[in-house]
Design a protein around this ligand. Structure first.
Ligand code: NAD
Length: 423
């Protein structure tokens, strides 16, 4: 199966869905779920969150040209932002011939925190917790026999003493292998169950018992080689490299640089029903572990004008748990990617992040992003300028012809259509 389909972007949504369905074997029912024909019901929504009165459909598109660890994959992305999917697909195409994206994974360990206050002897209590580690481990693992039967469960306990304004607090870390689940509920359950024993051992008071979103023992690393993407243009290579460097040394630039990476990452996280806020929080804190907030990617110049990109971040995503199995589209999204484990899912997600970053820097360091972006954004602007559903295509056509994508220009176009219409 190849993830390359020439002219995919030129097809209608129905034709695109047919092509994808053909390639990855989607049946008619699955196609109708994706098209929104067999609607996501209010009943289903009401089972997911509270006080439901409706839902917000956000478009799902497919990024093409991705090869991840030697396997071609179509990537479902859910986003409201134009040009994200086009940019990811373009960048993936440039990495395709040199083997696509290669990844590694540190394992699926999540950390649960238990905060203990009012401890008389925090360092003595720390020693007592380590002395009783096995009892704690046994107690935690009793909470999740399913996870343990799959080879997961709590692996280790670490203790920290944190000096605060009021006292030396203890923080007990539970290191839990959550396997193919994101693991927040699994870890929180263990943290709550372990707390009475922790209070007994430390003679302190437990307050917080919750997962840490700094999942620094669940790191995905991805690498890609872009073969001479600037066709030996040394000035373009230099600009690309210098643009990437600013994001390492300047937090103002790093924030936007990493936001661009998360454009890709969060779109796939959302498509699969995973927790976008958990992944975003982890990524941004990880970007500042050195003490200064900086880029999550590194770009290097290789021989023969190759550009080598790497991205490293915590990716707490699962194939089970949360909404991943209960939302019909999320379930289909993982099926479409053919991923069997949380590690494989994280590999695809990280690859999209790296591709997204390459595309953004390349555009920013050359013609700028507005030219491509505004053309794709034109439909939103036309609607904002008052074009009716029936007028939007015509307004965009005129805007593209005149290259006029500013809001006041759109308003003029809409006004002129209305004047002519009325006349
Ligand atoms: P979950 O509790 O719905 O499912 C996890 C459970 O599934 C495991 O405990 C295990 O018993 C079972 N399981 C079955 N097959 C498994 C497999 N192959 N691998 C691993 N476990 C398997 O979900 P979760 O992943 O524990 O929690 C995720 C949810 O928690 C998300 O919806 C997230 O939004 C939410 N959440 C997040 C935070 C946070 O990020 N700080 C806090 C609270 C809740």
């Amino acid at each position: 199966m190849t993830s390359r389909i020439s002219g995919f972007y030129k097809l209608s949504p129905e034709e695109r869905l047919d092509k994808i369905a053909d390639k990855i074997d989607l049946n008619e029912e699955e196609k109708s779920i994706l098209k929104g024909d067999s609607k996501f019901s209010i009943k289903q929504a009401d089972r997911m969150i509270e006080n439901v009165i409706g839902y917000l459909p956000i478009p799902l598109g497919i990024a093409a040209n991705f090869k991840v660890n030697g396997r071609d994959v179509f990537v479902p992305m859910v986003t409201e932002e134009p040009s994200v999917i086009a940019a990811a697909s373009n960048a993936a195409k440039l990495a395709y011939d040199s083997g696509g994206f290669m990844t590694s994974y540190s394992g699926s360990i999540m950390i649960g925190q238990i905060q203990v206050t009012d401890v008389q002897d925090p360092y003595g209590a720390m020693a007592r917790v380590y002395e009783n580690k096995q009892e704690l481990i046994n107690l935690c693992n009793q909470q999740d026999p399913k996870l343990v039967s799959l080879g997961g469960g709590i692996q280790d306990v670490h203790v920290r003493v944190v000096h605060t304004d009021t006292e030396k607090m203890m923080v007990i870390h539970l290191h839990v292998d959550t396997k193919d689940a994101m693991g927040a509920n699994a870890v929180n359950t263990m943290a709550e169950a372990a707390s009475p024993l922790i209070e007994k051992i430390t003679k302190g008071k437990v307050i917080l018992r919750i997962l840490s979103n700094l999942a620094d023992e669940r790191i995905t690393r991805v690498r890609a080689v872009f073969e001479n993407p600037f066709q030996d243009d040394q000035e373009a290579i230099d600009k690309f490299y210098k643009a990437s460097q600013l994001a390492i040394y300047d937090p103002y630039r790093a924030a936007t640089h990493n936001k661009g990476i998360m454009n890709g990452i969060s779109s796939v996280v959302l498509a699969t029903g995973n927790d976008t806020r958990a992944v975003e929080a982890g990524a941004h804190v990880y970007a500042s572990v050195s003490g200064q907030y900086q880029s999550l990617t590194r770009w290097e110049k290789g021989e023969n004008n190759k550009i080598i990109g790497t991205l490293e971040l915590p990716l707490a995503v699962g194939l089970v748990g949360g909404a991943t199995q209960s939302h019909p589209v999320a379930k289909l999204a993982t099926k479409m990617m053919g991923v069997q484990t949380a590690e494989q899912l994280a590999a695809v997600i990280a690859s999209v992040g790296l591709a997204q970053n390459f595309a953004a820097i390349r555009a920013l360091a050359s013609e700028g992003i507005q030219k491509g972006h505004m053309k794709l954004h034109a439909r939103n602007l036309a609607a904002m300028a008052g074009a009716t559903e029936g007028e939007i295509d015509q307004v965009v056509e005129i805007a593209v012809k005149n290259q006029s994508f500013k809001f006041h220009e759109m308003e003029e176009i809409v006004k002129s259509l209305n004047t002519h219409g009325k006349g």
